[in-house]
Every structure is written in structure tokens, then in C-alpha cells.
Design a protein around this ligand. Structure first.
Ligand SMILES: Cc1ncc(COP(=O)(O)O)c(C=O)c1O
Length: 386
């Protein structure tokens, strides 16, 4: 007896192996600072927790939450997209998710038949690369390069690949690079996908975690997008709710309906208290987000100043919670990662896990409190000067 091929085909998750090594070091009494994964450390607004508690305390709120979500959450998603992006969603154009990663995986089951092609960015978030394997699909990558601000040149995608492709993934503000996209670029992407009949999948979990007053657009602001695009959004980062698993898919009703059909066989919806909290998050007072983002921005600036002093090239992230910097000369991403972990006891993420174009780069998550971040930077600086 052995597991299915698809389970065997999936590579071990890098962060799981890293977590194991960090636990071993800590068991030896070593103080490891982890700035690898992207789980926000800053808490949600207490008002949201009150909504969650009200739900949890109410004996009528413990049943299934409904495949399509409760009407008040659906209305909250419509309100949020209207207020935040000026995008009018109708009731067939949205679906609550158990975190956006769930939707990222399930859309592949909904859209790819065995052998179908998905076009994915390199570097890019791991789900785009591996979720197609769950559906028996295949992947081709397209380049994101620093000289183009980590935006793809869609015209470089071979016509044969574009004709064969069923999906194309974008993600702005971008993980891991911190790059952002303009509406002009989204227009190009929508036109490209319409030309070749490709489902445009935009992954946008960082759209409200931005800096310097930058306001990230939604791909759905492009008028034709609703006939070709699906956007994944999340409360994990924006509303500091990563562990509670709540997100949404919005956009083209045909794709939403297909995703919903898959999901009815896989999950039974979000817990109602979580839906109450999510609705409150999306529609309540948003003024706490600005000072919260200012804390991440101050951490970003601290890192940028340090890396600049060390002569390390960085991107200038306008959104997301990552610093993307070039390794010191002579290091592969994995070698630099290992030395940082084993000698400086700082866990960062090697850029190479995001694809070929990530080689030579490292990602630091802005998730430690400022004092811990300062200590981590001091350790990195000391190690580099040795
Ligand atoms: C680009 C990107 N997409 C999706 C996710 C998944 O987020 P969620 O917590 O909503 O599943 C992450 C989380 O780090 C991410 O960086």
C-alpha cells in the first residue's frame, strides 16, 4: 500500500522543515529569531474580537455556517469592495473562503482538467506552483525581474503557451518582492487573458497592508475583468486574522460558481462567530489600520536603512510585509539562509524557494516586534562583518 501519486509528487513544505530545525535549536537553549513566515504579529482591533465573542457566547451560533456564507458576511464583502475599490459586486460574484489559500488550491480543481496548463510567476507564492498538481495540471513559469519592477512582460509568454493555458496567476502587492502593479498593467493582463481565453487569477491578500499612502488597486477595477478574472482576498494580513482562516473570492461569476461547486464537497463553510467577526472587520471603523500599517512601515524603514548600510540591494516595498534583499556576494540563497540560521540564529526565507528568479535573494518578514527586529538586524550585521 502506498499513497496516491499526487501526494507523493508534492514537495515537503520548506517552512515545515525550517520549523523543525528552529525547534531543535530552541531545545538546546538557543534564542532563534524567526522572521520567515508571514503571520502578522500585531493584533486585530479589539472591537473585532468582541464580535467573535458575541458569536461564541450565543448558543444559536454553533451550527454550520453555510456553504455560501451568512447573508451579513456576503453583504459585508459587497460593502468592502464598493467602499475600498469602487467595485460593485452582485451576489453571484463572491464567495467567502476558509482563508485565501484554500481558494487558491480549490480553484485549480474547479478550472483545470488533467494535463491543463497554468501560467505562474517566478518568483511566486508556492500554491501557484503546487496546487495545479492536485488537479493533475501542469505549470509553466513566466519571469518577474527586478529591471521590470517585478512585473511580467506578458508579450514574452510564448504564443503556444498562451493558447494552451487555462489559468494565469498574478499577485500584487507581491510576495516575496513587495512590488506593486498599476491599473494600466492590470488592463494589459485582462486584455491578454481575454485574447487567449485564460482565467486571470489575481491573489491580493496584501491590498490593504501598504505604505507611504499607497492605495493598491483591485484587478476588478478594470471594467472587462468581471468576464475573465477572479480575485482572492484575505483578512489574514489586512485585519491581522491569519489564524482564524477567513478570506474571499470575488469576480467572474462562472469561476465563482465552479469554485463553489468544488467547495461544497470539501468544506461546510466558516464558523458563524468567525463570520460575525469578519463582517465587523470589513464594515466597522477602519481607522485602526493606518497606525497599524505605520508600525510595519517603521520596521520596513529600519530594515532598509540597515541593509543599505551593509551595501545590500533591496527592493522598496510599497505593500506586503516583506523585505526582499540581494544576498551578499558569493552566497547562494540556501547557503546564506543556513549560515544565518546556524550562526546568527535568525530564520529568514531563502529566495530560491520562490523559483529560479528568487535565487540570489532573501526574504525577511516584518513580523517581529521592533526590539526583536533590531536584535535580528544586529546579529545579521555582526555575522556579515566577521
Ligand atoms: C501571496 C499569498 N497568497 C495567499 C496567502 C495565503 O493567505 P491566507 O492566510 O488568506 O490563506 C499568502 C500568505 O502568506 C500569500 O503570501
Amino acid at each position: 500500500m502506498k499513497p496516491a501519486q499526487r501526494a507523493q509528487n508534492l514537495p515537503p513544505l520548506f517552512f515545515a522543515a525550517l520549523g523543525k530545525r528552529v525547534a531543535e535549536l530552541r531545545a538546546q537553549g538557543i534564542d532563534v529569531i524567526t522572521l520567515d513566515a508571514g503571520s502578522p504579529d500585531l493584533p486585530p482591533d479589539p472591537r473585532m474580537i468582541e464580535a467573535l465573542k458575541r458569536g461564541a457566547d450565543d448558543p444559536t451560533q454553533h451550527g454550520y455556517g453555510g456553504y455560501a456564507g451568512q447573508p451579513y458576511l456576503r453583504r459585508a464583502i459587497i460593502d468592502y469592495y464598493g467602499r475600498r475599490f469602487g467595485v460593485e459586486l452582485d451576489n453571484r460574484e463572491l464567495l467567502p473562503l476558509l482563508g485565501s489559500k484554500e481558494g487558491l488550491a480549490n480553484i485549480h480543481l474547479a478550472w483545470l482538467d488533467p494535463g491543463d496548463l497554468s501560467l505562474v510567476p517566478d518568483p511566486g507564492y508556492s500554491s501557484y506552483l503546487y496546487a495545479p498538481l492536485l488537479a493533475g495540471g501542469r505549470v509553466e513559469t513566466f519571469d518577474l525581474l527586478p529591471e521590470r519592477g517585478w512585473l511580467p512582460n506578458l508579450a514574452d509568454i510564448p504564443t503556444a503557451s498562451a493558447k494552451a493555458a487555462r489559468m494565469l496567476w498574478l499577485n500584487y502587492p507581491n510576495n516575496p518582492t513587495g512590488a506593486v502593479a498599476t491599473l494600466e498593467f492590470f488592463t494589459e493582463a485582462v486584455d491578454f487573458c481575454r485574447q487567449f481565453d485564460i482565467l486571470l487569477c489575481h491573489d491580493a491578500p496584501y491590498s490593504d497592508l501598504t505604505y507611504d499612502g499607497y492605495i493598491a488597486p483591485s484587478v476588478l477595477q478594470i471594467p472587462e475583468a468581471k468576464t475573465i478574472a477572479i480575485e482572492f482576498n484575505s483578512l489574514s494580513k489586512t485585519y491581522s486574522l491569519a489564524g482564524w482562516r477567513v478570506g474571499m473570492a470575488v469576480g467572474w461569476d462562472v469561476a465563482i460558481e465552479a469554485l463553489a461547486a468544488i467547495k461544497t464537497q470539501i468544506d461546510s463553510g466558516l464558523a458563524k462567530p468567525i463570520q460575525m467577526m469578519a463582517a465587523d472587520a470589513l464594515t466597522g471603523d477602519q481607522s485602526w489600520l493606518e497606525p497599524r500599517n505605520a508600525i510595519y512601515q517603521a520596521r520596513r524603514d529600519l530594515c532598509l536603512a540597515t541593509f543599505r548600510r551593509l551595501g545590500l540591494e533591496t527592493t522598496y516595498p510599497k505593500g506586503g510585509i516583506y523585505i526582499w534583499f540581494r544576498n551578499p556576494p558569493g552566497y547562494s540563497s540556501m547557503d546564506f539562509h543556513t549560515r544565518l540560521l546556524e550562526e546568527a540564529h535568525v530564520a529568514l526565507t531563502p529566495g530560491s524557494i520562490y523559483g529560479r528568479n528568487g535565487e540570489g535573494w532573501t526574504r525577511l518578514s516584518l513580523i517581529g516586534d521592533t526590539a526583536r527586529l533590531e536584535t535580528a538586524l544586529t546579529r545579521i550585521e555582526r555575522m556579515m562583518k566577521e
